[in-house]
Structures are given as C-alpha cells and as structure tokens.
Ligand binder design. Structure first.
Ligand code: ADP
Length: 552
C-alpha cells in the first residue's frame, strides 16, 4: 500500500508550485522583459522632465541676464553721449560764431570736431531763441542740412534742457524718434571758458545737440557682446519674446529692444542630449543584464520542468508496467474472500469477511483508476476506432447499475431518443468507462428519488453527435466546488465520498477519455437538489453493414 502511494501522482495543490507550464515560463520572461521596457520608459521620462526643468531654469536665467546686460549697455551709451557733449561744449570760438551767426566757421570747425568725435551721427548747433542754424549728419555729409531736427523735437530737447526732470540721465540725454528710427540725443550749451558775457542770459546761450542713431547694425553689434541673440528694434513685442521698452522723454514707450529668446526645443535638445543618452545607455545596460538573468532563470525553469516531466513520465511508466503485479495479488485476495464467504461463518466472521471484501474492492478500484490514469498520461491509452453500438453499451451499464439502485431503493430510468440500430466507429471501451463512471456516481451519491439517463443524437456535418445526460436527485455539488470537480483526487466532501467508496479519480479519467475522443463533459448542479453530467461527442457512423451487425 505504501509503495503504491509513493508512486501516486501528486495532488494538484502540490503540483501547482511546479513549473509544469512551459507557456507560463515564457509568459514570465515576457513579463520580465515588459517590466524592463517599462523601467526604461519611466527612466527616460524622468530624465526628459528633469532636463526640461533644468533647461527652463537655464533659459530664464539667460534671459534675465541678457535683459540686465542690454539695459546696462544702453545706459553706458547715454553716459558716453553725455561725456562727449560735456567735453566739447567749451568753445569760445564756437560761442562767438553762434552768437554772431558766423556760418563758415561753424561749418569748418564744428564739422571737423564732429569728424574727430566720430561717435555721433548728428550735431546741431542752435542759437538761442532761433530755429536750428546748423545741422550735420556724419553718415551723409553731402546732404548737409537736410536732416535738421524738426522744430517739435527741438522744442522737446530744449524743454528737457531747461527743465531737468527727475531722472538724471534725461537731463542730458533722451531717446527720441527721428527720420523713422531711434536716436539717443545728448544736449549741451556752448559756454565760453570765461563764462557768458554779463549781458547774455544763461537761457540765451546757443545749444549744441548731438544725435546718435541706434541702427539695427549697431544693435546687432551690441547683442554680439551680450548673451542676446537676434537683437532688433521693434514697435511691438510678440508673445514669448523678451524685450526692454525704450521710453521717450515723457516716459511713453517709443520702441522695444527685442530679441528671440533661445528656442526652448533646440536648447532642451542640446542640453538634454547628453544626460538622455547617458540614461539610455545605463537603462539599456541594466535591461540587458536583467534580461540576461531573466533568460537564464527561464532556462533553469525549463530544465527543471523537463526534469520534472521526465520523473513524472518514468513514474507513470513504472505504474503502468507494474499494473499486472499490483492486480494479481488483489485478484487473489478477492477470489479467496469470495470463497471464504461460501463457507459456514458465524456472524462475527461474516462481518470481518464483508469488511475484507469492501476493502479489497476499494483497493482494486484505486489501483485500476491509477493504472488508467497513468496509461493516459504516458500516452499508452490510445483511442480505438472499432464498431460499437452505444445503445447496447448503455443498456449493459444501466442493467449493472440498476442492481445497486434497486438495493438502495432508488429508480434508474434510461431513455433512448435516437435510432436503435446506431453503430459508431470509435472507442466503445472508453464510452463504456465514461458511462459507468457517470451513472455509477449518480447511483452512488443518490439516496432518494432516482437517476435518469437520456440520450439524443443529432446530425453533425456528416457525423452523429451523441449527447447523454445523467441526472440524479442526489446531494448536488456546491457552486464553489464545480470548477474543481474534474481535478484528480478532488472530492467535494472527503468523508462522504469515502463512505461511498470513491477515489476522486473517476471524473478526471472520464474527462481525459472524452477529450481524447474530441468531446466534452459538462456539469450543472443545484446544491441540495441534484446534478446533471452530460457527455457530448461526435462519432463516425459505421458503414460496413456486417461489422455494424456484429457490434449491435
Ligand atoms: P469518486 O471516486 O470520489 O466518485 P469522481 O472523480 O468520480 O471520484 O468524483 C469526484 C467527486 O465529485 C466525488 O467524490 C463527489 O464529491 C463529486 N461527485 C461526482 N458525481 C457526483 C454526483 N452525481 N452527485 C454529487 N457529487 C458528485
């Protein structure tokens, strides 16, 4: 007994820890790979978002420092203009010429001075209370007086000079629009070195106005020295562009100094490329290493699986090989028990012999079931293709089971709703085994009422589909137990099934047999009311008349 148990297949619960599913192993390694890919994507996402954040901060800083630098540069332009004006505003001769309206001198001396200065584009000297008398544009001297400042601008410049505002730089320089472009103007009075004559009022001193045009070219040169890219002058600012407003003397914005902020995409790409590639390289390396481990463990699992399968096979082969050796002594025990029963025994001895018989029967059916299962598992149970008459087999099984049913006081009815002379080509032995198990179970578990076996046959693309349902009024099967009912050794209530002499292998064997016939067994049950097991399989009809006759 212990030897037999040692070679019994393991129970499903124990087997579940075994890697007996090669697809499961592959699924596991696929899952691992998917996990790695997910990890890489997450890592990339983190790297990218960090790079984006760093880049945004960097851009912001660059922008702020550009704005500061441009503002400083403009401030120093104004400062330079003021310094130059102050340096050249002490000409006695110039003063005298302006007062006496000596134009020749003014043209000659102021012109050459301006050429020396070279920083200013425009110099205007204007007598007090007069329209500007001399204008000179360095960049186009031939045009001479053409670009004399318009009276309105002059008024503003004079006003600025006469009424210095709160901002210091505005007292000597100002931004104004002239000839359609932006200019910085520096203003001074021509004051004799010894001071103005006593009869000349300060307000009447001639003015000297120097203009400096902020052209795009100069701005570009300004931008080159700064962090700013694409520095331009514009009247409007597009959203997203960084800018500095340039106010006129009244504080109104004349122009904006604008520059395209470094484009975020390019900047991100430039800045993020290195960490991204680094992260990618690290992630790829990690992924490669862990995939290597995954593949190695999958291989190890596959090997373990193959070893387990080989062990299982040799166990099954052993069991199937020793079937004869197991059965023979049990047949001896059963035969001797039967003989013993025919002798004269007192009631106590009869009870002992009865116990011996039922134990030997149970042992025999367990051995038979195990051997059947091992033969199926080892692939030694082949489905036959021989003529058999299903009605004959069903009647024989029903007659056999009816003996037990009658003893238990329950009914066993069989209804055949198909042609009586139906002969199939298939495995009659397997059909008999399944029917014996299903009807046997129904009778075994039913104590009241009865068992009804009903058969129908339908055409199924040139074959005949046989459907045998076995319905009982037994205890029924709890819903939770239904999915496990075909598992090996599974019994709904172990104690009850043992009472009914079960092994828990009958349904597992039946299902395997039906599946190898290409059919199926289904079960429905209402716990407390009864169960219905249905056998469904399609068979070829036996066409050879003589064979069919002999089978029937
Ligand atoms: P057993 O030898 O225990 O009958 P089976 O594999 O044939 O083994 O059945 C497994 C279990 O299924 C049984 O122990 C029993 O709990 C349940 N079972 C099978 N048929 C029926 C039925 N007709 N009514 C109630 N329970 C059943």
């Amino acid at each position: 007994m212990t030897d037999v148990l040692k070679w019994m297949p393991r129970r499903p619960a124990e087997r579940s820890s075994q890697p007996d599913d090669p697809e499961g192993v592959m699924r596991l390694s696929h899952r691992l790979v998917a996990l790695h890919v997910g990890g890489i994507v997450l890592l990339l996402f983190l790297v990218l978002s960090t790079s984006l954040w760093i880049s945004a901060q960097h851009n912001k800083l660059a922008l702020e420092s550009s704005q500061r630098l441009v503002a400083n540069a403009l401030g120093s332009e104004r400062e330079a203009a003021y310094t130059l004006v102050r340096d050249y505003a002490f000409w006695d001769a110039g003063y005298a010429a302006a007062i006496t309206d000596d134009r020749d001198w003014l043209y000659a001396s102021v012109g050459s001075s301006v050429v020396e200065l070279a920083t200013f584009d425009l110099v205007v000297i204007s007598g007090a209370g007069h329209a500007p008398e001399i204008g000179w544009v360095r960049t186009s001297p031939e045009e001479g007086e053409v670009d004399i400042l318009p009276p309105q601008l002059l008024d503003e410049i004079y006003g600025l000079l006469d009424n210095p505002g709160p901002a210091t730089y505005l007292t000597t320089t100002m931004f104004a629009e002239f000839n359609g472009s932006l200019w910085i103007f520096a203003v001074a009075r021509l004051t004799p070195v010894d001071g103005p004559p006593a009869d000349v009022l300060e307000a009447d001193l001639p003015r000297e106005i120097h203009g400096y045009e902020l052209t795009q070219k100069k701005l570009a040169a300004l931008g080159d020295g700064l962090l700013a890219e694409n520095l331009t002058l514009s009247r409007s600012v597009a959203p997203g562009q960084a800018s500095i407003p340039i106010p006129d003397v009244h504080g109104n914005t004349l122009f904006y100094l604008v520059w395209d902020a470094p484009r975020s995409g390019a900047s991100i790409l430039r800045k993020a490329a290195v960490p991204m590639f680094l992260a990618l390289a690290i992630a790829t390396a990690i992924s490669a290493i862990s995939s290597l481990f995954a593949v190695r463990s999958a291989r190890r699992l596959e090997k373990a699986l193959a070893a387990a399968k080989a062990a299982d096979r040799s166990r099954m082969e052993f069991l199937s090989n020793v079937s004869h050796e197991l059965r023979t002594p049990m047949n001896g025990v059963l035969g001797a028990t039967q003989l013993l029963e025919t002798t004269e025994l007192n009631p106590e001895q009869q009870e002992f012999v009865g116990l011996l018989r039922s134990s030997a029967n149970a042992q025999m059916s367990l051995i038979s079931d195990l051997i059947d299962l091992s033969r199926i598992d080892a692939g030694r149970r082949r489905i036959e293709a021989a003529p058999f008459a299903p009605l004959t087999i069903l009647n024989e099984v029903a007659d056999m089971m009816r003996v037990i049913a009658v003893k238990k006081g329950i009914r066993l009815d069989a209804k055949w709703n198909a042609p009586k002379d139906l002969v199939f080509c298939g495995d009659g032995q397997a059909f008999r085994q399944v029917m014996t198990n299903l009807i046997g179970n129904a009778v075994k578990f039913t104590d009241h009422g009865g068992v009804a076996v009903e058969t129908t046959a339908t055409e199924d693309s040139g074959r005949i589909k046989l459907c045998v349902s076995v319905t009982d009024t037994g205890p029924g099967i709890p819903e939770a137990a239904l999915p496990r009912i075909f598992e090996r050794f599974y019994q709904v209530d172990g104690s009850m099934s043992r009472l009914a002499e079960g092994t828990g292998l009958g349904l597992a064997i039946s299902q395997k047999l039906v599946q190898s016939m290409g059919g199926d067994i289904q079960v429905t049950s209402v716990y407390g009311s009864g169960s219905t097991f249905t056998f469904i399989a399609s068979f070829d009809v036996q066409t050879d008349a003589s064979e069919a006759r002999s089978a029937a």
